[in-house]
Write a protein that binds this ligand. Structure first.
Ligand code: BG6
Ligand code: MG
Length: 207
C-alpha cells in the first residue's frame, strides 16, 4: 500500500537537463575536454562530484582535489545563474495535477533529489513549502543508485520504505528506489529501465 510518494526533482518536476548541460559544456570547453549531450544523459541523477569524474574521464590530465573543487564551483555558478530564469510556469504539466491529487488524498509527498540546489529550484517554482519533507544533495553522502536519499526522505516522513512510491526520470534513480525497497514509477528516460515497476501514469490508480 502506498502511503507516501517521493519525487525526484530534476527531470520530474522541472526540466533542468539543458541548463546542467550548458553549464558543464562551458566548463568542459574551458578545459578542452570533449563533452556532448549523450554524455550529459548519463549524468542524470548523478551527484555533482560523480558527474565531474565522468566528464574528466576523457581527459588525460590529472586534476587535484582543489582543481576539481574549482571546476565544480565554476560550473555551479553558471548553473545557478541560469536557474534564476526558472518560474512556476516551468513545472512539468502533468506533475501539478498529480501533486494536487496526492495532497487531496492525504498521501504524504517528499522530494528525493541528488541536487544541492534543490531548495533554490523549489523556491523558483514556488513549491518550497509544498512538500512534507525535502531530502536532497545537502543531506546525503552517497549518490544514486545508492538508496540513501530516498531512505532519508522516508524516515523524515515516518513512513516505511515498502509503503513509499518513487517518481524518477533517471535510470540511476529507479535503481536507487529498488535498492530502497520502494515502488518505482518511471517517467522520461527511466521508461527504458528494466527495473521500473510502473509508468508514472499508473501512480494515481494506486493511491
Ligand atoms: C540531479 C541531476 O538531480 O542533481 C544531476 O539529475 C545533477 O544531473 C545532480 O548532477 C546534482 O546537482 P547539483 O545541483 O547539486 O549540481
Ligand atoms: Mg532526475
Amino acid at each position: 500500500m502506498i502511503k507516501a510518494v517521493i519525487f525526484d526533482l530534476d527531470g520530474v518536476i522541472v526540466s533542468t537537463d539543458e541548463l546542467h548541460y550548458k553549464a558543464w559544456k562551458k566548463m568542459a570547453d574551458k578545459e578542452n575536454v570533449y563533452f556532448d549531450e549523450k554524455i550529459n544523459n548519463n549524468l542524470r541523477g548523478i551527484s555533482r562530484e560523480k558527474s565531474l569524474e565522468i566528464i574528466l574521464k576523457l581527459d588525460s590530465k590529472k586534476y587535484s582535489d582543489e582543481e576539481k573543487a574549482q571546476l565544480m564551483k565554476y560550473k555551479n555558478e553558471i548553473y545557478i545563474k541560469s536557474l534564476k530564469t526558472i518560474t512556476p510556469n516551468d513545472i512539468l504539466p502533468k506533475i501539478k495535477s498529480i501533486l494536487n491529487t496526492l495532497k487531496e488524498k492525504k498521501i504524504k509527498i517528499a522530494i528525493g533529489s541528488s541536487s544541492k540546489n534543490a531548495k533554490l529550484i523549489l523556491k523558483q517554482i514556488g513549491l518550497l513549502d509544498y512538500f512534507d519533507a525535502i531530502s536532497d544533495g545537502t543531506n546525503i553522502t552517497f549518490s544514486k543508485p545508492h538508496p540513501e536519499v530516498f531512505l532519508k526522505a522516508a524516515s523524515m516522513l515516518h513512513v516505511s520504505p515498502s509503503n513509499c512510491g518513487v517518481v524518477e526520470d533517471a535510470l540511476s534513480g529507479i535503481e536507487a528506489a529498488k535498492n530502497a525497497n520502494m515502488v518505482a514509477f518511471a517517467t522520461g528516460d527511466a521508461l527504458h529501465s528494466n527495473l521500473k515497476d510502473y509508468d508514472l501514469e499508473s501512480l494515481l490508480l494506486m493511491v
